[in-house]
Design a protein around this ligand. Structure first.
Ligand SMILES: Cc1cc2nc3c(=O)[nH]c(=O)nc-3n(C[C@H](O)[C@H](O)[C@H](O)COP(=O)(O)O)c2cc1C
Length: 166
């Protein structure tokens, strides 16, 4: 089955660490995303620090999976680029690539929504050191899934949701 059809949000993780080799694959995949005019507006912060992950788990109601995740990835976008209007699409593509590579590596993951919620972006800026001119876009909580089988992927395929023009 393709990675797209295997991926699901996983919010509970084992204590096991994620190796640096696997982290590098996640970063390679993120940076392989398409972007408008190939502007690649992204940079990433890999967060292994448990105290910081716990603080980040309080940025919103939905951020709780970070509380016990062994790994978090913060995606950042550059404010000044060729095509600022396209930056959210570029960043979403990079975030999705992380989720798909995580699935490929046997990791569980979940996208924690940040952009465009200013209060979440600001809370993160107050917790994580980042280069001037860069802003938080998304967070991904990652780790080996607590239970491989407890949750099945729900397939949402629906023929009503597309049309074909011959
Ligand atoms: C932009 C975006 C923001 C999301 N924010 C959160 C979040 O803050 N917390 C969370 O637990 N899941 C979050 N999710 C995951 C969705 O809840 C999840 O993708 C959706 O319920 C479908 O489930 P699936 O990923 O297992 O297919 C987010 C997903 C997207 C694309």
């Amino acid at each position: 089955m393709s990675l797209c059809l295997q991926r699901k949000s996983i919010r509970k993780f084992l204590d096991s660490k994620v190796s640096d080799d696997v982290i590098e694959r996640l970063m390679m995949s993120a940076m392989q995303a398409p972007s408008a005019t190939n502007q690649q507006p992204w940079s990433f912060v890999v967060i292994k620090n448990r105290a910081l992950l716990e603080k980040l788990s309080a940025i919103s109601k939905g951020a709780w999976p970070l509380k016990e995740a062994p790994l978090g990835i913060l995606t950042l976008y550059k404010e000044e680029t060729n095509r600022p209007m396209m930056v959210p699409q570029d960043m979403a593509a990079a975030t999705q690539n992380i989720l798909l590579e995580a699935t490929n590596q046997g990791l569980g993951s979940v996208w924690i929504g940040v952009y465009p919620r200013e209060e979440r972006m600001e809370a993160i800026e107050n917790l994580v050191p980042m280069e001037v001119g860069h802003k938080p876009f998304s967070l991904v909580a990652l780790g080996y899934p607590e239970s491989q089988s407890h949750k099945k992927v729900t397939h949402r395929f629906d023929k009503q949701k597309y049309s074909v023009i011959e």
